[in-house]
Design a protein around this ligand. Structure first.
Ligand code: IFM
Length: 435
């Protein structure tokens, strides 16, 4: 089937970042993690990142130049509540001013409330697996709702809770660095409750006005490493159910069901969780191949260059067809789909135009097949701090020189602008090396 090559007039093109990855100067659980030497390079530090906090108002111009009309950024809880119970009012006012500047520039704020990081006190005093997390979170999100009131911002309550929970509670590679299935399930359920609490806080402030709120879910294509092997096949089905769908199902039916044999299990009805999203926020990057290994502490997976296209620079499979596949999977949820992240690590800066073309083509194809995709937010506006990999990967439409902090257009900026403003998908003329 060939896709219509146009985006509808109300389709939203935008870009995304998260606070810790771009703002700079943040002291939180992740900066402590760095000092413990937990990144791939034990000496790597996030530090001033892109210095986006002071440069935000200039960076709005970068977003405008892309023809983008939505900017997804996050509030850093550690910046606004560095010590438990003490607000930093200047930081709150700073977030309000930044959101207002976007609105003034014709860019809709899409604000994430939790994107992997926490104040330094959080895991010791109110960790996700304890009930105490909920009042702490409630106080924080009620203030977020107050500060953003009246701006028409869309809200992402939680970014990739599935990635956070697996990384922080099973693989032990994100703070608090646990490997504990029982705590994992408790944390999973509390994060669903946290979403419900945030929704309530924003509904109260919306005073009847239309609220658009959801989570950003990381969706991967999973495939068995050995196609014929029943245990690899079973693992693939378990990953789809528990990683891709458990959270989304809970926010649809109200029941959180997790079934990860030998790791974590539970089934709980959570008050208020049913039908608690206004859109499905979807983050898509790649496919992984899973292999059952007896006695392995965690899931064994790898990225394969199945079509000989070359892996992306971070080592992930280049697999745009998977984007179409996950989009079509979303038909089971009766909501519009917002792509809240999609991108690649492109260190040459030359591969992104082709990446955009291939992924937008899949998106239009999925739309033609009945998936109501209404937004596409590219990850990322600019190169930034990539968690365990620190500053090696380059996910930005704009290249950041981390010495001078200057931002430079990559060839993808012109291509993004052309498609976002013409709403017509034509192949890029920008330099495109073979993948
Ligand atoms: O940089 C991350 C982002 O914080 C969450 N989603 C995936 C991106 C690329 O790894």
């Amino acid at each position: 089937m060939s896709a219509p090559l146009t985006f509808p007039p109300d389709f939203v093109f935008g870009v995304a970042t998260s606070a810790y990855q771009v703002e700079g100067g943040i002291e939180n659980d992740w900066s402590a993690w760095e000092r413990e030497g937990r990144l791939h390079d034990p000496n790597a530090r996030c530090g001033r990142a892109c210095d986006h906090w002071p440069r935000f108002f200039d960076d709005v111009g970068l977003i405008q130049r892309l023809g983008a009309t939505a900017y997804r950024f996050s509030i850093e809880w550690a910046r606004v509540e560095p010590r438990r119970g003490e607000w930093n009012d200047e930081a709150w006012a700073g977030y309000r001013a930044r959101a207002e500047a976007l609105v003034k520039a014709g860019i809709r704020p899409v604000v994430t409330l939790h994107h992997f990081t926490h104040p330094s006190w959080f895991h010791a005093e109110t960790p996700w697996h304890e009930p105490a997390c909920l009042p702490a979170w409630k106080r924080y999100v009620e203030r977020c709702a107050e500060v953003l009131e009246g701006l028409g911002a869309a809200i992402i309550t939680l970014n990739e809770p599935n990635v956070f929970l697996m990384g922080a509670y099973l693989a032990g590679v994100m703070p608090p660095g646990l490997k504990d299935g029982r705590k994992l399930y408790a944390a999973y359920a509390n994060m669903v409750r946290a979403h419900v609490i945030a929704r309530q806080a924003f509904l109260e402030r919306a005073k009847g006005a239309r609220l658009e709120l959801g989570i950003s879910q990381h969706l991967q294509v999973f495939a068995p490493e050995r196609r014929w092997h029943p245990l690899d096949q079973a693992l693939t089905r378990l990953a789809e159910a528990n990683f891709n769908h458990a959270f989304l199902e809970a926010l649809t039916s109200g029941v959180l069901a997790v079934q990860m044999p030998g790791l974590a299990a539970g089934k709980t009805r959570i008050d208020g969780a049913a039908k608690s999203q206004d859109f499905i926020g979807l983050n898509y990057y790649t496919r992984s191949h899973l292999k059952f290994v007896a006695g392995a502490p965690f899931v064994t997976f790898r990225f394969k260059d199945v079509h000989a296209r070359g892996l992306t620079d971070i080592g992930w499979e280049y697999y745009p067809e998977g984007f179409g596949w996950v989009l079509k999977q979303m038909k089971r949820y009766p909501l519009p789909v917002w792509v809240t992240e999609n991108g690649l690590d492109d260190r040459s800066g030359l591969k992104r135009p082709r990446f955009l073309f291939d992924h937008w083509h899949e998106l239009l194809l999925a739309r033609a097949q009945g998936v109501n995709v209404t937004h596409y937010l590219h990850w990322s506006l600019m190169d930034n701090f990539e968690w365990l990999e620190a500053y090696g990967p380059r996910f930005g439409l704009y290249r950041v020189d981390f010495e001078t902090l200057e931002r430079h257009e990559t060839p993808a900026c012109g291509y993004f602008r052309r498609v976002a403003t013409s709403r017509t998908l034509t192949p890029p003329d920008e330099p495109v090396p073979s993948r």
